[in-house]
Design a protein around this ligand. Structure first.
Ligand SMILES: [Zn+2]
Length: 120
């Protein structure tokens, strides 16, 4: 079995922004034209996760810091991506010009995370 997400927190440890026993927040290797693109990945190879809100809450300060250049980020369900069998969420900005813009528009946004307020 070769799952690209299993052990990614060890293989790409320089991209790990936060982790605990069960989850890791890791910068994705392919940024798809974004300045920043992050995934929250389960350390267990499973499709199921029940504590999405809790783990997002725990890693929120690190998400906010990574995306401090933009107004809001969205959380996408990894099951619409290329690795549906290993539970993960994609956290991405919605700036124009990314390679996955159509996918961002076409898949459900689980959460919207406000980063900073609009100032004229
Ligand atoms: Zn896996």
């Amino acid at each position: 079995m070769s799952c690209p997400l299993c052990g990614v927190w060890d293989r790409e440890s320089e991209g790990v922004l936060w982790q605990n026993k069960y989850f890791a927040l890791v910068r994705t290797k392919n940024l798809k034209g974004h300045k920043e693109r992050i995934m929250l990945v389960s350390k267990k190879h499973t499709k199921v996760n029940h504590d999405m809100r809790g783990v997002l809450q725990a890693s929120l300060p690190f998400i906010m810091k990574a995306f401090d250049y933009t107004y809001k980020v969205i959380v996408l369900d990894g099951k619409f991506g290329s690795i549906p069998d290993h539970w993960h969420l994609c956290i991405t900005d919605i700036e124009e010009g990314s390679d996955d813009h159509q996918q961002i528009l076409g898949t459900p946004w689980l959460f919207t995370i406000p980063i900073k307020e609009w100032k004229k």
